[in-house]
Design a protein around this ligand. Structure first.
Ligand code: GAL
Length: 362
C-alpha cells in the first residue's frame, strides 16, 4: 500500500522574482571569466557560479528543464555550513528547492523557491530536512510539473526508517511553482529505503523513478519503477537492475534507442569512479560498460559526482551536470558541466574540460 499524505500548498516566499542586475556572471576564484564558456576550473578548484544578482547559485543535485524557450535550473538550497558543523549540517535545507532561469545557459536569473520547507514542526517538510537529488519532469497528459526526490525528514540526517529515506513527490501547474507536496512513500512493496534517485521521461511519455534501494541487511541496488499516468505514484511494474549494486547518483540518458545509466560508486561525499550501464529495454537486461571518464582523474569522476543530464536545444549536444562536493561549506560545492561525447562505436565518454564552449563538442 502506498502511503500518501496530503498537505496544502506552501506559499512561495517573497523572494520570488527579485529585482536583478545584469552584471556579474562568474565569481571570485575565477580568472578566465567569460560569458559564453562553461568554466569547471582545475580538479581541486571550486569555481563559484553566480546568478545575475551576484549571489552564488544555490541549486544542488537537481537538474535543468527546457520550457517554452527558457532553461530552468533547479536544485536543493543548501546552507552555508560544513558537514560536521552540527547534526543539522549544511547538507540539509531550511529553504527547499530553488529555481533559476536562463536563455543561454550562462546568465541565470533567480526565480525563487519552488518547493518550500515548512515552519510547522508537525509538517513533513519542517526543516532542516532534505529533498535530496530533486528531479522534475513535465506530464503532457495532466499538464503538471512533477518533482520526485529522496525525502529525509527533520533534522535531515540520513537514516533507514520510514520518513528518513523515502520517495518524496510534489507537483505544480508551472515550472516556477509553487510545488505542492503530495507525500512520501517506499515505491516497491512498501519496503526498502530510498537513497539516491532520478526521474526519467521516456520518448513514449512513460515516466520512471530510478533509485538506490537499500534493504534492512544493508544490501543495495538500483531499481527502476514505472510511474502512474499522472506521474504522482509508483506502479507495481518495476525491475531490479541487479548488475548495478552499490551504485549511486543515477543519471539516465537515451540516445539512438539505447539507455545509458551513469552512476557513481558509494563513498559518501568523497569522489569515486563512475560506471555506465547500458540497455535496450529500461527493465533490462543491463550490461556494465565500465567507466565513461577518460584521462586524468578519471578514477574520481574528475573529483565530482553525477547529478543530471539535459539536451541543448538546436544543437546535437547533451550536457552532464556533476557536483564537486565542498563539505567545508555546502553552498560552495561547485557545478561541473561537461559535454557528453560519443565515440565511433556510439559509446558515451566524458573528458574533463577546465573550460569549454557550446557547439564544438559532440
Ligand atoms: C552521496 C550521495 C549524495 C549524498 C551523500 C551523503 O554518495 O550521492 O546524494 O547522499 O552521499 O553522504
Amino acid at each position: 500500500m502506498l502511503v500518501f499524505f496530503l498537505f496544502a500548498a506552501n506559499g512561495v516566499d517573497a523572494q520570488h522574482h527579485q529585482k536583478i542586475n545584469d552584471s556579474t556572471v562568474y565569481g571570485e576564484g575565477l580568472t578566465r571569466q567569460s560569458a559564453d564558456m562553461f568554466v569547471n576550473g582545475s580538479f581541486d578548484e571550486y569555481v563559484i557560479w553566480k546568478d545575475e544578482r551576484g549571489e552564488v547559485i544555490n541549486a544542488h543535485d537537481g537538474g535543468v528543464l527546457f520550457v517554452d524557450g527558457v532553461y530552468y535550473w533547479y536544485g536543493l538550497a543548501l546552507r552555508a555550513m560544513g558537514r560536521d558543523t552540527s547534526v543539522n549540517n549544511g547538507a540539509a535545507t531550511t529553504t527547499g528547492v530553488n529555481l533559476y532561469s536562463s536563455v543561454n545557459l550562462h546568465q541565470w536569473k533567480y526565480e525563487g523557491v519552488i518547493l518550500s520547507t515548512s515552519n510547522d514542526p508537525a509538517h513533513p517538510l519542517f526543516g532542516p530536512m532534505r529533498m535530496e537529488r530533486p528531479k522534475i519532469i513535465y506530464n503532457p497528459r495532466t499538464k503538471k510539473y512533477v518533482m520526485w526526490f529522496h525525502y529525509v525528514g527533520y533534522p535531515g540526517t540520513h537514516k533507514q526508517g520510514a520518513g528518513y529515506a523515502d520517495a518524496g513527490v510534489a507537483w505544480a501547474d508551472k515550472i516556477t511553482g509553487p510545488f505542492h507536496f503530495v507525500g512520501y512513500h517506499r515505491p516497491i512493496n512498501d519496503s526498502g529505503a530510498v537513497k539516491d534517485c532520478t526521474l526519467f521521461l521516456d520518448t513514449d511519455t512513460i515516466a520512471y523513478f530510478l533509485y538506490d534501494r537499500k534493504m534492512g541487511d544493508g544490501s543495495r541496488c538500483l531499481h527502476v519503477v514505472k510511474l502512474s499516468d499522472d506521474f504522482l505514484q509508483s506502479t507495481d511494474q518495476w525491475a531490479k537492475i541487479d548488475i548495478a549494486f552499490r551504485r549511486e547518483a543515477p543519471v539516465l540518458i537515451k540516445k539512438n534507442g539505447m539507455y545509458y545509466l551513469v552512476t557513481s560508486d558509494v563513498s559518501g561525499w568523497k569522489a569515486n569512479a563512475a560506471k555506465i550501464f547500458i540497455a535496450k529495454n529500461i527493465f533490462g537486461p543491463w550490461a556494465d560498460i565500465g567507466n565513461p571518464c577518460v584521462g586524468e582523474q578519471s578514477e574520481t569522476t574528475f573529483h565530482s559526482q553525477p547529478t543530471a543530464a539535459f539536451d541543448v536545444k538546436g544543437l546535437d549536444q547533451s550536457i552532464i551536470m556533476l557536483e564537486r562536493h565542498n563539505t567545508e561549506n555546502f553552498i560552495k560545492c561547485s557545478y561541473i558541466w561537461l559535454p557528453i561525447q560519443f565515440d565511433k562505436n556510439q559509446q558515451p565518454f566524458l573528458k574533463y574540460e577546465t573550460e569549454w564552449r557550446l557547439g564544438n563538442k559532440k
